[in-house]
Design a protein around this ligand. Structure first.
Ligand code: AMP
Ligand code: MN
Length: 330
């Protein structure tokens, strides 16, 4: 085990767990996997998970129905875990974290430098759920825990596709599916399946996308009026930016949805040439080298103009470095 969860909890009576706003599969899987483990190992303690209401696709993970989504006033927690996030992205759960006796921050975002009294930040690991797996005593792992953690791993590795997948990730995946849950259905229903409306929005967004920088960059945006027309929520937009990145020749995909009159949530995905964590960090966001996000102010065109300067600079830097390398081959 890499990190002694139970020792860190000591004799805490009240333990809280949270992640980031608009919780994704990794965030939900890590929070519920940890919740199940602590509930099982520390039956005397009260353990609660606080998150914005996650997408319904995660409803079959044990503990989903216990997630507190309305953030009531609470006495300070003895220990509070912040998973897969920095405090800035916690939303309403931030006040619990601030007031807690002991703050534990477990994350894999390269942009997170550690924001707790105790920090376990591993950017080289593909998902926070994989970090939680490493912390769980193997003899305590049961099928429900395995399902939670597996969900997190598949969502952040694109079902073991992205380069954050290592041989160790696959070995852990093997042990997790060995517990016997229907992993095929889980992947289909939580990762690939879309509602009709989600598919329509995705189709429309792809249709309206614009390529620039000789096709190396692609951008598409969805405004509030369109979101309202489809009764869509941000969680209905998952997967669109990956689809943009999948287009041949694209080195960097940008997907934006409007959050306010002059404000967009921006998602960035890249191939080999652009470090999008660096781009997003410049605008106050963060994430990983190949997947990152930020919130930007301005019109659609302002945002695209500002962000594309950074992408172009990185593309040029990459080309220059590779030209140099090619020259030295002779
Ligand atoms: P998204 O584009 O929202 O799917 O996010 C891609 C990755 O970047 C995820 O790992 C997020 O956790 C991270 N990320 C997105 N937005 C932010 C932000 N504003 N600050 C820090 N990290 C972010
Ligand atoms: Mn994650």
């Amino acid at each position: 085990m890499t990190f002694d969860l139970l020792k860190e909890c000591g004799n805490a009576r009240r333990i809280g767990i949270s992640g980031h706003v608009r919780p994704d599969g990794d965030c939900v899987g890590a929070c519920l996997g940890l919740w199940q483990y602590l509930t099982k190992c520390l039956p005397e303690a009260g353990v609660q998970v606080f998150l914005e209401k996650p997408a319904d696709i995660y409803r079959e993970i044990k503990g989903f129905g216990e997630i507190v989504t309305d953030f009531p006033e609470e006495e300070p927690f003895d220990v509070f875990f912040l998973l897969d996030s920095v405090p800035d992205r916690m939303g309403e759960a931030l006040s619990y974290y601030r007031a807690a006796g002991k703050k534990i921050n477990i994350d894999h975002h390269v942009s997170n430098k550690g924001c707790g009294d105790v920090n376990y930040i591993r950017p080289e690991i593909g998902s926070t759920s994989e970090l939680i797996y490493d912390m769980i005593a193997p003899d305590m792992l049961d099928q429900d825990m395995a399902k939670a953690i597996y969900t997190g791993i598949i969502h952040d590795t694109g079902v073991f596709q992205y380069e954050n997948t290592t041989p160790a990730t696959m070995e852990k995946g093997a042990r997790l599916i060995g517990s016997g849950f229907d992993f095929s259905r889980l992947i289909r229903e939580t990762f690939y399946q879309k509602t009709y409306v989600q598919a329509q929005i995705m189709g429309r967004t792809l249709m309206e996308s614009i390529r620039f920088l000789d096709g190396a960059c692609i951008v598409s945006a969805i405004d509030r009026k369109t979101m309202e027309f489809y009764h869509a929520e941000p969680k209905d937009l998952d997967g669109i930016v990956n689809q943009l990145r999948n287009i041949e020749g694209v080195e960097c995909a940008i997907f934006m949805y409007q959050t306010n009159l002059l404000e967009y949530k921006v998602s960035l995905r890249s191939g080999d040439k652009v470090n999008v964590a660096e781009v997003a960090s410049y605008f106050g966001g963060g994430g990983h080298v190949r997947a990152a996000g930020c919130t930007m102010s301005g019109t659609f065109h302002d945002c695209v103009n500002n962000i594309s300067l950074h992408i172009e600079k990185q593309l040029k830097r990459w080309e220059a470095e590779h030209d140099k390398r090619d020259d030295s081959d002779f």
